[in-house]
Design a protein around this ligand. Structure first.
Ligand SMILES: CC(C)(COP(=O)(O)OP(=O)(O)OC[C@H]1O[C@@H](n2cnc3c(N)ncnc32)[C@H](O)[C@@H]1OP(=O)(O)O)[C@@H](O)C(=O)NCCC(=O)NCCS
Length: 165
């Protein structure tokens, strides 16, 4: 599907939970996501779902805490069609409504495409946590040794977008 094909972004509802759990387990090895040394059950978090007609084509899960909103997971099932951008903008709107001033996330060093995606959408690299994945792997042994393009997964890249603008 190309750009411009209509889709909707809706809040993640009770009826989406089992689909979300399967997607998370399929893409991230488990519904358990580790960021900055904390384990999150992403299948229980609030979030947004992208719909085209009757089909779900994207998922974002997030966590609001201390005036900040963390994007815990983001998946677009038809990459390049604008779904990822729409989900991030939806999360920014949710965060602003909740009074958050920052949207932030952690990605891993292997995922260069995701880093580029976020950098083009108002995020900056806030910190590089070199070697942090070793500790994450102790909490979640399912994290593979190698990720995108066969690159060893070793570091957390923390990214932030300020919502004041
Ligand atoms: C990263 C991701 C969420 C982007 O969603 P998307 O719907 O493809 O994004 P959009 O269509 O809104 O924008 C496409 C942009 O994403 C980037 N991109 C990342 N991976 C891409 C892919 N496989 N195909 C096309 N574009 C991709 C491109 O830089 C492109 O940027 P540009 O349009 O400014 O040139 C999606 O590719 C995805 O689900 N990837 C796998 C899971 C993942 O890595 N999630 C983020 C981890 S923190």
């Amino acid at each position: 599907m190309g750009r411009g094909v209509a889709f909707d972004i809706r809040p993640l509802g009770a009826g989406d939970r089992s689909w979300a759990g399967e997607l998370l387990a399929g893409h991230w090895g488990s519904v358990r996501i580790v960021t900055r040394g904390r384990v999150h059950d992403a299948s229980r978090l609030p979030g947004l779902v992208a719909w085209r007609g009757d089909g779900r084509i994207g998922l974002l899960t997030c966590r609001l805490d201390a005036g900040r909103c963390e994007i815990v997971t983001l998946n677009a099932l038809e990459p390049g069609g604008g779904v990822g951008t729409a989900l991030v903008e939806g999360a920014a709107a949710l965060a602003r409504q909740a009074g958050c001033r920052r949207l932030w996330l952690v990605t891993t060093n292997d995922n260069v495409a995701a880093r580029e995606f976020y950098l083009k959408r108002g995020f900056r690299v806030a910190a590089v946590h070199a070697g942090a994945i070793a500790a994450s792997r102790r909490l979640k042994p399912e994290i593979p040794e190698r990720g995108v393009g066969g690159v060893p997964i070793t570091d957390e890249i923390e990214m932030v977008r300020f919502l004041d603008d």
